[in-house]
Design a binder for this molecule. Structure first.
Ligand code: ATP
Ligand code: MG
Ligand code: MG
Ligand code: MG
Length: 468
């Protein structure tokens, strides 16, 4: 049964509201009061203080559809059917309220009752020692008991603090999607078994010396990928063909005059552009501006990577502002801020696109010449100084240089690059003293003032003069 991304998001939140949850809007991608995180990458991240007990939640049951950015998955984008740098995580959370029993029962009820997914195609993984979860799966749901797989990996923890076993739900998309390996099964990295939902049962507090003490207040943290579930309900070969992404691919393929689905490398570039267009739109919407540090650098890197892939498709003109229009259209009625700030977002992105467009060709010429030189000399490592020049003069994030080198089976001498970078930093610091900038602007629309390029910053960063 076909279901649009919008309806799916609504159905999920309504289902959990019906079961006593408070629905909250997605938090910003910029973490609040959490210097340990660069960006929100999971539905539970904005609620860390509720899980540890440091703060009291407004309700012991909460449900959200949270915007997430995971740059760790960047290399997978366009190469797997299921990874994005930007995606939405649907989630239901319990802070010392319900536990495993309801979490499993509701997940099953939502997938098989509400969404009517075929039960015989669903699989669940559990932590080997988690007898409780095994019992609930086998007695409270009608999953095929042979589809319950015990995996050592199903334990969620980050250092010390709240942690516990988890249980993941997969859907078997059929042998045709598989890698064909005799060992292919749930947990295989190929596209056959799609992980759609992770249920985390935080029941222990891990001490600094590695002891697991049972928590008095046990919590539930679940994460379900909106785009992945949409691909299943829309019967598409990947997340990229769903209504949450495909209009951007259509837009890019029209600008490039390249048909989608004809050539593997072309498709990868179109998917990268579609993915990065969403990430950068939402990052700018949330108040991030291109720069050479932290979140601003992630934004710059994603944007420049999208521009390079556009060049690979033969797109020479500016195209990103048009992509923002398409993204805003996809989310109309869902994220009003995206529509309200559209002109601002387009302006920021166009300014940055301009800056890179002027140096990209020269930088590519330099890099190509260096690659040829290395090939002739039978070498595979590019000098860090050259990498730094590409960064400093032509605006190539080092990761971009490294990626292009990888395509040629070469690498960047990162140590030498870092050294050049450190020297540059010291020079700059001595020249102008430490300068700290505020990272979280007040984003009321009336505050958005004039945009300009700060040429005094190295490589220039875009600054916004926020009105008082
Ligand atoms: P995978 O093993 O496929 O990389 P994961 O185990 O890293 O996924 P979790 O950290 O468990 O993912 O996140 C919870 C859910 O969020 C996943 O079950 C999936 O539906 C979704 N999700 C995770 N990473 C991505 C991504 N990069 N793009 C789209 N959806 C994602
Ligand atoms: Mg992952
Ligand atoms: Mg996984
Ligand atoms: Mg997982």
């Amino acid at each position: 049964k076909y279901m649009s991304g919008k309806e799916l998001r609504r159905r999920y939140l309504d289902f959990f509201v019906k079961n006593g949850h408070l629905e909250l809007p997605s938090a910003s991608l910029i973490p609040k009061d959490d210097p340990s995180l660069l960006m929100i990458g999971a539905g539970m991240a904005p609620f860390k203080a509720y899980f540890t007990g440091k703060m009291t939640p407004p309700c012991t049951r909460i449900t959200t559809s949270q915007r997430c950015v995971r740059t760790g998955d960047i290399e997978n984008v366009g190469r797997t059917a299921r990874h994005h740098t930007y995606f939405e995580m649907l989630g239901n959370f319990s802070f010392g309220d319900y536990f495993k029993y309801d979490a499993i029962k509701w997940a099953w009820e939502f997938l098989t009752g509400e969404l009517e997914l075929p039960k015989d195609k669903l699989w669940a993984t559990i932590y080997p020692d988690d007898e409780e979860a095994y019992k609930i799966w086998t007695t409270e749901t009608d999953i095929n008991p042979e589809h319950i797989v015990k995996l050592e990996d199903n334990f969620w923890e980050i250092g010390s603090g709240p942690c516990g076993p988890d249980s993941e739900i997969f859907i078997d998309l059929g042998e045709e999607r598989g890698c064909g390996s005799p060992t292919c099964g749930v947990g295989c990295d190929c596209d056959r078994y799609l992980e759609i939902w992770n249920l985390v049962f935080t029941q222990f507090d891990r001490t600094e010396d590695g002891k697991y003490n049972p928590l008095v207040h046990k919590n539930i943290d679940t994460g379900c990928g909106l785009e992945r579930l949409a691909s299943v309900l829309q019967n598409k070969p990947s997340n990229f063909e769903t209504d949450l992404m495909f209009p951007i691919i259509e837009y890019a393929s029209k600008v490039a005059n390249k048909e989608y689905g004809k050539d593997k490398e072309t498709d990868i570039s179109l998917k990268v552009i579609a993915d990065h267009a969403r990430s950068i739109s939402f990052m700018v919407m949330d108040g991030i501006l291109p720069s050479n540090e932290g979140r601003g650098y992630v934004l710059r890197r994603l944007l420049r990577r999208a521009v390079r892939h556009a060049r690979m498709l033969g797109i020479e003109d500016k195209f990103l502002a048009g992509a923002v229009d398409v993204v805003a259209e996809i989310y109309s009625g869902v994220y009003d801020e995206l529509t309200n700030r559209k002109d601002y977002i387009k302006k920021v992105i166009s300014l940055e696109e301009d800056r890179f467009a002027t140096t990209l060709t020269q930088g590519m010429d330099l890099l190509n010449a260096e690659v040829e030189k290395l090939k002739a000399e039978n070498k595979t490592v590019l000098d860090g100084e050259v990498g730094f020049k590409l960064y400093d003069t032509y605006g190539f994030p080092w990761e971009l240089t490294d990626e292009i080198l990888h395509e040629n089976h070469m690498t960047l001498d990162k140590e030498a690059f870092d050294k050049a970078m450190d020297e540059q930093r010291t020079r700059a610091r001595n020249a102008r003293g430490e300068n700290k900038r505020m990272d979280i602007p007040d984003l009321r629309d009336s505050n958005i003032g004039e945009l300009k390029v700060d040429e005094t910053a190295r490589q220039a960063k875009i600054v916004c003069i926020w009105k008082d």
